[in-house]
Design a protein around this ligand. Sequence first.
Ligand code: DGY
Length: 406
Amino acid sequence: MILRDAVRVLIDNWDGGHTVPSRRLYPHQWSWDSAFIAIGNAHLSPRRARTELLSLFGAQWSDGRVPHIVFNPAVPEGAYFPGPEFWQARSPSGAATSGIVQPPVHALAAWRVHQAEPDLAFLRRIYPKLVAQQEFLRTARRSPEGLISIVHPWESGMDNSPAWDRPLSAVETDATGYRRRDLTHVSAEERPTDRDYDRYTALATAYRDSGYREPGAFHVEDPLFNAAYGAAELALADIAAACGLDPEPHRAEAAAITAAMVEHLYDDGIFQSRDLRTGYLIRSSSAAGLVPLILPGLPREIAHALIGTGLDHFGLKDGVLPSFAPTAPEFDPVRYWRGPSWINLTWLVWQGLKDRRSDLAASLADNMINAVVRSGFREYFDPVTLRGHGSRDFSWSAALILDVVA
Ligand code: DGY
């Protein structure tokens, strides 16, 4: 039954060359959504999964960046804020896009799609694009510590995480001249606040006005983003080997980023973000700090400590993964990335636990399934009651459930 419903969601949200995350709230193509959707579609239609990734990379910029949104010109202007008129950016292919990025989970997706249905022509076509995506991050976003930085909370994927409260408090705003569209579809207590939106808008405006080059008031190294970058290098090593190319540089890069993360972001049982403006760690209880479990090269004792933190503070023993620890004062079970469980975040940690603690991985998988049985393919879930929040018929919730049960 849930499988049939998952297939229905993915079919209903298919737009001919890509899948929308959800019909009303997110009516265009989103970068990391497309990667997770491809991972699910690999089980349903590898061809559609390949098309999904290739259409996203069709809008890659000449500097290698993969924009976080590719706008569909058929969607009426004003359906989403900030839309193409705000970003004022076009890819060489002519597509209107945003100018920021999202966690690079695409190489992993491409490799999964190939594993589901081997297709060397696809791998050879996408490999240089994936390499250019990493190259952009490595050149435009590398810090002296050897980590990759992000310049906007939207780049973290976990937009209003309490981890960003402090760095965002330094952002000056001019809250005029825009109208939020998200609140037409989802109730205000489940979304970021107006104050957050003022800052998101101010940061994106400043970055746009620098020609999408200069980091502004928000400049941080995030453990989820860096872990995704490292996992991408490992997937690229597999892809390179399959294409008859040398996998070693990718393995070396994955080892280097893992070591830099351990040296600079690990602190007392969890990975933290670091604020490049101050040089200090941003200590918070964000589940982003557990995502480095996806890196197989993580030292054993650190993986062990992360699992301990997951058990003590995140409720991992009950099979849930809230996006922010319920033991922390900022925890909010319904407000977007301030506490609700998300299927993609849970899926990443599930990947990281499979070879380390298969018992915990199995209960995370059970709980993802329980959440959608209880509440449908919602965007996020109250981690205690499993009540659904945010949009309905959310694509990556459906896609990743297909992968979990496969
Ligand atoms: C949104 O619109 O809430 C997205 O997360 C930003 O890309």
